[in-house]
Design a protein around this ligand. Structure first.
Ligand code: 13P
Length: 217
């Protein structure tokens, strides 16, 4: 028998995923067919289909996957479905995953000499609170199994990950939380590039520790 409350919850999540995809696209945080979004259901997850434009998703055609990442309904899923599966598998609190090719984050992902365990210096409070310690994983082609495996290896320790020469991936408890965090990541990347070469006063370790105590992830 159809569980009416689950059905309406799924309908709501379909609409939310489409709305947030359009919002990212309308503000230039996603372009062309780059980026993908997913959100967890009680028995699997919903995902943007491969080669779709985040600004023009159709709620009825979203890919529906089971808990193991197999397509059960809708269009073929994003080629990064295994990467999203790595996040869900490693993070019990993960309710949604967002991957973008947003310009400033991609620029930082191309810089040489980045600390792979903590890409951003502590520039602002919100970067510490919402992005946390951003990990960098090495370059692999989009959709490659090795890329999903590289993400799996760091996902239990990092909810924010930067794919080298590619873009950010963020896990959140909800779609709204994951989108807020990836937007903060993009703005922090922009600030990092703006401040490059300028004398900068960073938050000190005690200020970072205080934020982590007050706002635990
Ligand atoms: P998909 O169109 O398969 O989602 O791929 C887009 C992308 O961002 C690859 O990294």
């Amino acid at each position: 028998m159809l569980n009416v409350s689950n059905a309406s919850n799924e309908d709501r999540l379909r609409e939310e995923l489409v709305m947030l995809g359009r919002s990212l696209y309308d503000r230039g945080l996603a372009h062309g067919s780059a980026g993908n979004l997913s959100v967890k259901l009680s028995d699997g997850w919903l995902m943007s289909p491969t080669n779709s434009c985040l600004g023009r998703l159709d709620p009825a055609r979203l890919s529906r996957l089971d808990a193991d990442g197999r397509l059960v309904d809708g269009d073929a899923p994003s080629k990064e479905s295994f990467l999203h599966l790595s996040m869900y598998g490693e993070r019990a609190d993960c309710g949604a995953v967002v991957h973008l090719h947003s310009v400033h984050s991609v620029a930082v992902s191309c810089l040489d000499g980045i600390d792979p365990d903590n890409v951003f210096p502590p520039i602002t409070a919100y970067a510490v609170m919402q992005v946390g310690r951003l990990a960098l994983v090495p370059y692999f082609p989009p959709g490659d199994a090795a890329l999903a495996e590289a993400v799996r290896r760091v996902a239990s320790k990092h909810h924010s990950i930067l794919l080298a020469n590619h873009g950010p991936v963020v896990a959140g408890r909800s779609l709204a939380a994951a989108v807020n965090a990836v937007e903060e990541l993009e703005q922090t990347a922009r600030l990092m590039l703006l401040l490059d070469g300028r004398r900068t006063r960073l938050l000190d370790p005690a200020q970072v520790a205080e934020l982590e105590r007050r706002f635990p992830g």
